[in-house]
Design a protein around this ligand. Structure first.
Ligand code: SAM
Length: 350
């Protein structure tokens, strides 16, 4: 099969054999014409499901304390340079209030694994948000916890959970994380979250150190098996105070290719054009949408803490990345033929 046929098959059957996928990825990574064809098919598929609407989520980065020491991450516990902060329940609610006024109907609570917030503290925060904004979805992205915690938060009203698997290969996982962190536990969390009825998101960094083509094929196979409702991918970007400071960032070309492939594999999936993509090139978010993404997650955290949630160097937190600049975002989307969707933007089963 030639490349054009591979794209056609992927678009219409939503799958390829691993060796066919490898051929397609290898070709698209290095050839702009192939990437453009792939993006065109992915955009067509996204538009058949979502029209020209882009879902928005207000991201509240409520703590940058973390008990973990992931080698790639700027808020790892060993980074003594990080200026640490935590938001109170009141501050979080005030972010939601501002977000609600701006039109956000999904709030994403993201943070390091910060055990100062107990399971019940978090449940109280979730219920307070749901009580104040019953028409909004609450998404959590706070890492690995016990099934009981996930259950408590679901009961408190949480709707969705983002937990990237990072890499589906346990040896690769072990090169990116200290020994106490295990891929098996990450997978256990994802299974628990699914069973508990969350809409689940997983994903990986593109171009993380030592990532191979075989790893990427395994990531795609893992995602197919999990059948998540959301998939978050973005380029790895080095942070100067981590062990991976000298590794190169993942590329725009690889990230756009993988976004398009994921859209064609999972037409209905919620697929963000991530902040990391917007960080490696100024119009990265728009290029992500043109490659098949349908979600953006502007930052709703208080302005004075934003620069401290530094997962990687030069992380964007102003301009259209900032929730208060929603008009700017709307104008950028408009310039590529898209509009912000109203409402919660849930995954639609049928
Ligand atoms: N602690 C939670 C967790 O583990 O899911 C949520 C916060 S964690 C910082 C969110 C995501 O940031 C991770 O899943 C990882 O993929 C991404 N990330 C961390 N460091 C990064 C880097 N240097 N470049 C790109 N993405 C990074």
């Amino acid at each position: 099969m030639d490349i054009k046929q591979l794209i056609h098959t992927l678009q219409h059957t939503h799958q390829l054999q691993p060796e066919q996928m490898q051929t397609l990825l290898t070709a698209a990574f290095s050839d702009a014409v192939i990437r453009a064809k792939l993006a065109q098919a992915a955009q067509q598929t996204a538009q058949a499901v979502f029209g020209n609407k882009i879902y928005i989520r207000g991201l509240i980065e409520f703590t940058n304390y973390c008990r973990n020491d992931c080698y790639y991450c700027g808020i790892r516990r060993s980074n003594t340079e990080a200026v640490r902060y935590r938001l109170t329940e009141e501050q979080i609610l005030s972010c939601c209030e501002q977000g609600y006024a701006l039109g956000f109907r999904t709030f994403v609570l993201q943070g390091g694994e910060d055990l100062i917030y107990s399971d019940t503290d978090l449940a109280a925060i979730i219920s307070a948000i749901k009580q104040a904004y019953p028409d909004c979805a609450v998404t959590l992205s706070i890492g690995e916890r016990r099934r009981e915690a996930y259950q408590l938060w679901k009961k408190a009203g949480a709707d969705r959970y983002l937990l990237r698997h990072e890499t589906a290969d346990s040896e690769h996982y072990a090169r990116l994380h200290p020994a106490e962190l295990k891929l098996s536990n990450r997978k256990r969390c994802l299974r628990d979250l699914k069973e508990l009825g969350y809409q689940v998101g997983t994903g990986f960094m593109v171009g993380s150190p030592w990532q191979t083509m075989a790893n990427l094929l395994e990531d795609l196979a893992f995602i197919r098996e999990l059948q998540p409702q959301m998939i978050g991918i973005g380029p790895f970007i080095p942070h100067h105070a981590t062990p991976f400071k000298n590794y190169p960032a993942g590329t725009l070309e690889q990230t756009l290719t993988l976004l398009s492939v994921l859209r064609l594999m999972f037409p209905k999936v919620l697929l963000p054009a991530t902040t990391a993509l917007g960080t490696i090139v100024p119009n990265g978010r728009e290029l992500g949408i043109l490659a098949g993404a349908n979600v953006v997650m502007p930052n709703l955290s208080p302005a004075d803490v934003r620069q401290n949630y530094l997962l990687y160097d030069n992380k964007l937190c102003s301009g259209a990345e900032a929730a208060e600049a929603k008009n700017d975002l709307a104008a950028r989307l408009h310039s590529i033929g898209y509009e912000i969707a109203e409402g919660r933007g849930d995954y639609k089963e049928s």
